[in-house]
Design a protein around this ligand. Sequence first.
Ligand SMILES: Cc1cc2nc3c(=O)[nH]c(=O)nc-3n(C[C@H](O)[C@H](O)[C@H](O)COP(=O)(O)OP(=O)(O)OC[C@H]3O[C@@H](n4cnc5c(N)ncnc54)[C@H](O)[C@@H]3O)c2cc1C
Length: 396
Amino acid sequence: MKVLVIGGGASGLVTAIAAAQKNCEVTILEKNSKCGKKLLLTGNGRCNYWNDNQKLDCYHSQNLGEFAKIWESKKEEVLPFFEEIGIVPKVINGYYYPWSNQANSILNALMTKIKTLKINIIYDEEVKEIEKKQKFVIKTLKNSYVADKVVLATGGCSFSKTGSDGKGLKIAQKLGHEIKDVSPSLVQLIGQDPFYKDWNGVRAYAKLSLFQDDCFIKEEAGEVQLTDYGLSGICAFNLSIYFDKTKNNEIKINFVPWFTGNKNEFKKWLKTQSQKLKMFSLGEMLEGFLNYKIVNLILKLTKLKDLNDEKSLDILTNYLFEFSVKIKDTKSFDYAQVTKGGVSLLDINPLTMESKKVKGLFLVGEILDVCGDCGGYNLAIAWMSGLLAGDGLTND
Ligand SMILES: Cc1cc2nc3c(=O)[nH]c(=O)nc-3n(C[C@H](O)[C@H](O)[C@H](O)COP(=O)(O)OP(=O)(O)OC[C@H]3O[C@@H](n4cnc5c(N)ncnc54)[C@H](O)[C@@H]3O)c2cc1C
């Protein structure tokens, strides 16, 4: 059986390997002159390819129930697959990286396997159209190919310089699939407050809570990067998944997440601290637990000079527990690690990845309406859907 895989990224490569291992004759059409351009950028070049903390709420889709079926049937096979191709993992708090600390190791292992399975790769070949006649006819700018089955593994719209420019979604739409609204995700948050230049460059360990129209949505703790446009870092990225343009998005930053008590207890602690450190200015005292740029900003915004009355203690406590940042947007797809939205999972058989609209067509990876949190979950989607498609291609 002749299988054509469109896209040589994470999901396309794994699908091709899984299909070739089941004796399919596989060809990959890749628009770039190399495979896995995005894969090399993952995990800051280290490739965080899996996470032990597999919970369904680390994934996001308008049809999460359908994704649960993909996840349940393949999550146990991912690590053995990588062991099989020689990857020795380095596991840090449940996050998997190749022991070499280089994304290159993952790509090289996949490419070596591709070579040993004699999978044909045609580079610089951008697919423009797929037609289903008795067989599939796949048209590129220069050529036309015929295949029994086709896998669409073109990614979403994120980091288009790596090849995933959203045109694969258009091909899927033209073939009758519903596309759930796409937006940039795992991406920086752009704020609209006037003070960002004051905190630019600070990295703080904090707790961020997202509110939409004053309703609490989600909380994330960890390192946050305070920038001249708003917020970056893993916490901000994970909250970007929930950003909703139609609502007022506000993030409240708790700059004292190490304090385990409530606000009233913190107020008492502040009072005791200021009495203990009488010879310190308020700023000097705050620098005992806050970056000086945040201290200066809070003193500028509150105009506080000391903590001699209850009102001052209240004001400072509120700023430290719930520093408000108004979010107006996210950065664009050019900066986003993943695409939220994509081909509706209701149009896919979640046990084979075969389209319910076009028999013989399979869809895998980021093109689908599912994305994950930071931490190896997005590659997990690519691997799991690729392994499933590998089985699905030979089901009949
Ligand atoms: C900077 C960055 C860091 C990341 N870090 C991590 C991480 O550490 N862990 C994690 O889990 N996830 C991470 N991700 C997300 C993860 O890389 C993606 O979710 C994953 O690579 C998606 O795989 P894919 O195969 O579906 O798509 P892609 O990797 O985007 O591959 C799609 C391929 O299809 C090709 N293509 C597109 N259109 C056509 C066409 N018409 N014809 C022919 N070929 C075509 C493209 O050139 C590309 O090679 C990161 C993403 C970025 C941008």
